[in-house]
Structures are given as C-alpha cells and as structure tokens.
Ligand binder design. Structure first.
Ligand code: LLP
Length: 390
C-alpha cells in the first residue's frame, strides 16, 4: 500500500497513530466544491466528523462553512479560519453558555431543536440586544435505513421539532421578539447509502414547505444536513460521488425563488483520508481461533464496537499466505474488536495493521478509557510526499 520509503518511515513511528492523506483530502474537497458550485449549494462541513486543527484549516481554505454542535466546535472553527457568517450551530442540548457564545459571535444560524430552546435563545438574544437568525430543525419521521445508532430523523429520536410544533410556531411568530426565522433544517442520519432516503426527505420537505406556504410562510434557507455514506467495504473509489448526491436534491426538491440550499457533509469529506495504524502485540490461538491483539483499541476507533462498522483492515508489513483472524484491541472489554473472521496475510508480533476509512468519527471519538494515551497523528506530507496506491 505504501511505497518502501514511506513504509520505512512509518515503521519508525510510535504506534498507534492516525495517518491522514492530505492529498486525497484536497482532491475530495475540490470535487465537493465544484459539484456544489454547479447549483450554488452552500456547504457547511460537519466539524464533529473530525475537528483536527490541520484538517479544519485545509477545509476552510475551500471557503466552506462549518456545522458545529458545541461552543468549543464553534471556537475551534473560528480559530481555523471559518467565518462566523458561514457557521451553523445545531444540537439538541445547547447549554446557556454555548447559546450566549453563538449569539455573541453572530454566526449564520442557530439550528433550534425544541420550543423551549426557542424561548431560551430569544431570552439571551434580548439580553445582548440582538436578533438571532434561527433555522428550525424539523424531525421529518424519515427512516434513514442505516445503523439504528446513527438514525436521527425518526419521531422516536430525540432530535428536532415535530411537524405540528413547527406549524404552531408560525401561528404566533411574534412570540419571539429577538428571533428571525430564516430557514428549516433537517438531518435524518449518517452513512446513508440508499438514494431513496434522500428522495423521501425531499418529498417530505416539499410537503412541509407547501403547508407553510399556505400559512404565507416562505423561508429563505433550507438545510438538508449531512449523511452521505462512504464505501467502507472497498475504499477504492475514494472520492464520493458528490455530483450524483447533489443532483438527487436538484431533481426532487422544490425550492422557492432565491431560496438557498445548504448541506452539512462530514464523513464523506474526511472519511477516506484517514487511517489508523496499529502494531500487532500478540497473535493468540484458542481452539483454532486466531486473534490478533493490536496496540490500538476502541479508545482510538470506537466505530466497530458502537455501530458494528466494517473498516477494511490490511497488514501492511506482511504479504504471505492468507489466514482467517479476529482483530482485537487491548482494552478490557469484550466489544473491543475491529473485525471478526477477516482474511489477512500470516500475521506476527510487530507487524503493522492499517484500519482504513477512519478519517471520520475516528480521532474525533477517541477516549482515554483505561487511562490510555491519545494516539498521535501524522499527515502524508510530514512523512513523504507521495500518492497512496491501493
Ligand atoms: N449535520 C448534523 C446535524 C449531524 O448530526 C451530523 C452527524 C452531520 C450533519 C454529519 O453527518 P455525516 O455527513 O457525517 O453523515 N459517530 C457516527 C456518526 C454520527 C453522526 C452524527 N451526526 C459514526 O461514526 O458513524
């Protein structure tokens, strides 16, 4: 996967660590930018996917906005070059301090998730003598057909305002003196690979917009969130087809004149540009079952344990005969597996394992459980300027 020179460099580094291919990130961003520009769509990168400073700085160079879900994410986005006018702030449980901070910074919009939150934002906006721009996050009760732990748009999920509450807000819009309603916001889930989900979302939004229109309500902005899935099984076509994704919305979503469409992709932007490199500590055999014990575990990458996700796993230092292995980490928990029953070359203590497609929700979700140290991170240009060949 790596050329010999790079591999020699990588072998010298202390494991585990995240390795980011910034060349691929740039290519992905350029593809996203040109696809979005075709229709004048506005993109706010979902910072939660990877809030690494260097990565945020690269993304902000493309003049994208940021989708933040905490005061600290807003602060990090501002420090890394994102402009307040391009920042949106969602989250079902924004604290008072976070709301005050968002208002103070005059970000583009606060995406509000409950009637009670509206009152709180109204109150703090009044205290600052400001009018805050609000997008109402609607729970459209749409099934994202993804893992249940990353489904957000069903009415059983805690996110967003119900349709009936939405309409009730516009029965008395003057209840909120210090708010300006600028748009609707939706986000139905993550790692969505079924195009029909986005079509269903468009149809639902069309219906909601038409109901609002009957109340003489037309809002200038629509934000359809993120969710575009990536290919974990074979990350060979590593740049997602943003053109096809956007055209689903172009074909199915009815926009009012001059209404702007916003997106919040996270995983599809950074997912394929990162991998976790871990060293094999031990290879165990119990009753014929071979288990590789790595020096990384769910403290570094929790996705397999939390969402049963399948990241492609490669042994980058061995190429001999293939065998079936379970691949586990060192954490004292039975869920600490990266994969079960995968075909790998014969693996020995000291080999290096690469866990691919870990750029999104990898480093960002790391923990220090068992008092473990956080993994280091390296960028391709820090090692050797070269292209990865799979
Ligand atoms: N917008 C909102 C309001 C969100 O909640 C999310 C993700 C996104 C945008 C970005 O979605 P994306 O394009 O990345 O699918 N930790 C999980 C994913 C959780 C996603 C949370 N919200 C995982 O590793 O699969």
């Amino acid at each position: 996967m790596f050329n010999n020179r790079t591999l020699d460099q990588i072998k010298k580094l202390k494991t585990p660590f995240y390795y980011y291919d910034t060349g691929l990130l740039h290519k992905t961003l350029a593809a996203l930018k040109s696809a979005a520009d075709v229709n004048g769509y506005l993109v706010h990168y979902a910072v939660k996917a990877n809030a690494n400073e260097k990565i945020l700085r690269i993304i902000s160079e493309y003049a994208f906005g940021a989708d933040c879900v905490s005061g600290n994410e807003i602060e990090q986005a501002l420090q890394c070059g994102f402009k307040p006018k391009d920042i949106v702030f969602a989250g079902v449980g924004k604290s008072d301090d976070e709301i005050v901070y968002a208002i103070k910074n005059g970000i583009f919009s606060i995406n509000c998730e409950s009637l009670q939150e509206l009152e709180v934002i109204d109150y703090f906006s009044g205290l600052q003598h400001k009018k805050s721009r609000i997008a109402l996050r609607v729970n459209p009760n749409i099934d994202a057909h993804t893992h249940q732990n990353i489904t957000t748009g069903l009415s059983i999920n805690k996110f967003g305002i119900s349709e009936s509450d939405l309409y009730s807000i516009f029965d008395h819009p003057n209840n909120y003196e210090n708010l300006e309603f600028i748009g609707l916001h939706f986000h139905v889930g993550s790692q969505i690979t079924n195009a029909e989900v986005f079509v269903n979302l468009c149809n639902k939004i069309n219906q909601i917009q038409s109901n609002l229109y009957e109340k003489n309500v037309t809002l200038p902005h629509l934000n359809v969130g993120g969710g575009l899935g990536i290919n974990y099984e074979s990350p060979v076509n590593q740049i997602p087809d943003f053109g096809a994704y956007f055209s689903l919305f172009e074909k199915n979503l009815l926009l009012f004149e001059n209404q702007k469409l916003h997106f919040e992709p996270g995983r599809s932007v950074v997912g394929q540009s990162g991998m976790l490199i871990t060293k094999v500590l031990y290879v165990k055999e119990n009753l014929g079952q071979k288990t590789i014990i790595c020096d990384a575990g769910f403290t570094e990458l929790i996705r397999p344990a939390l969402y049963h996700s399948n990241h492609k796993i490669l042994n980058i230092t061995s190429g001999s005969h293939s065998q079936i292995y379970d691949v586990a980490g060192p954490i004292c928990e039975s869920t600490d597996y990266f994969a079960r029953g995968v075909l790998l070359p014969e693996t020995q203590r000291g080999d290096l394992i690469a866990i691919l497609s870990a750029g999104a929700y990898g480093e960002a979700m790391a923990s220090q459980y068992n008092l473990r140290s956080l993994a280091a991170k390296y960028f391709s240009e820090d090692i050797v300027k070269q292209e990865l060949v799979y």
